[in-house]
Design a binder for this molecule. Structure first.
Ligand code: DOR
Ligand code: ZN
Length: 346
């Protein structure tokens, strides 16, 4: 039986929601991760340091007793973001980063940014403060095919933005394409990317295997196999500018299995195990700790966890559903075999 011991991983991209869903999902992330970067796309969005501090309090209240877990908060950028307020929130230790959602790109992005260039004063202040910008990297326009949104975002928005702000640190969240992986590789040490488990495990065919499969629907959408393979190569290389960010995005079952279903894969209950499957299949377990526990903290500038955890190659069955009061959420690998397990007692 293979096993791996590593510093406790960090999830650099999670959605916890609020209320009952928050209470139900936080324990899954807190079980496996020392810290997480928490997305701000609540309703209403987290746009002030006070809102983020309050939200952090609600998250901490949902962490089980005795579990050591640190949520790191982000600010949702809007057309009205005030540079001084944003960097004050960073300086005060509330905001780890700020998130750019192009307007209408994804779940709860209606308040997102309509003109990226108009936010240049915000980006300049962030660069001065050393505050990372996290991007939802899709250009959403009626003329842009859904499968081309990421490449178009890079060409039309991100490359010019990086040129205008040469010292701004940027994380392209959840890259899904060969173009995304290549662009990040060429960006030096101020550009990085998170990669989700589903984009490493699947290509777009899984969305239509025997019928339409809403639980694989997320944004950016799954791409062709050549992109999946490029992402696997990037992640398993151990290179410093790729790191773990699950984009775990819980939606109630009935809201995904619907005529207009929500985007998001709830991966938190099986997250580290899902990535381990990929690294084991690609014979790259020696690079797993870099991807899962070291590269993200190094980019953000915080210390990796001092706690060591062990995962063993041991089979178990993922739950079909996770309960939220009298509703359910369907996780990644629902009812399927999982190859890796957290060693007990550690
Ligand atoms: O699939 C997704 N779900 N992609 C996103 O960008 C947002 C997320 C969510 O909040 O549900
Ligand atoms: Zn996300």
């Amino acid at each position: 039986m293979r096993s791996i011991t590593l510093r406790k991983p960090v999830d650099l991209h999670v959605h916890f929601r609020d209320g009952e869903v928050l209470d139900a999902v936080v324990p899954y992330t807190a079980r496996q991760f020392a810290r997480a970067i928490v997305m701000p796309n609540l309703v209403p969005p987290v746009t002030t340091a006070q809102m983020a501090a309050d939200y952090r309090g609600r998250i901490m209240a949902a962490v089980p007793e005795g579990v050591d877990f640190t949520p790191m908060m982000t600010c949702y950028l809007t057309d009205a973001t005030v540079p001084a307020d944003l960097v004050a929130g960073h300086r005060d230790g509330i905001f780890a980063a700020a998130k750019l959602y192009p307007a209408h790109a994804t779940t709860n992005s209606a308040h997102g940014v309509t003109s990226v260039e108009a936010l240049d004063p915000v980006f300049a202040a962030m660069a001065d403060a050393g505050m990372p910008l996290l991007t939802h990297g899709e250009l959403v326009h009626a003329d842009v095919d859904i499968f081309d949104r990421e490449a178009r975002f890079i060409d039309d928005i991100l490359a010019p933005l990086l040129e205008r702000h040469p010292t701004l640190k940027v994380v392209m969240e959840h890259i899904t394409t060969e173009e995304g992986a290549q662009f990040v590789a060429s960006g030096g040490d101020r550009l990085a990317a998170t990669i989700t488990p589903q984009h490493l495990l699947y290509d777009r065919n899984v969305l239509f295997e025997g019928g339409i499969r809403p639980h694989y629907y997320c944004l950016p959408i799954l791409k062709r196999r050549k992109h999946q393979l490029a992402l696997r190569k990037a992640a398993t290389s151990g290179a410093a500018n790729y790191f773990l960010g699950t984009d775990t995005a819980p939606h109630l079952k009935h809201l995904k299995e619907a005529a207009c279903g929500c985007a998001g894969v709830f991966s938190a209950p099986v997250a580290v195990e899902a990535y381990l499957k990929v690294f084991a299949e690609d014979d790259a377990l020696e690079h797993f700790e870099a991807f899962a526990s070291l590269n993200g903290p190094a980019f953000y500038g915080f210390a990796p966890s001092e706690t060591r955890v062990t995962y063993e190659e041991r089979s178990w069955t993922a739950p079909e559903t996770v309960s939220v009061e009298n509703r359910e959420i369907v996780p990644l690998f629902a009812g399927e075999n999982v190859d890796w397990a957290l060693a007990p007692g550690l």
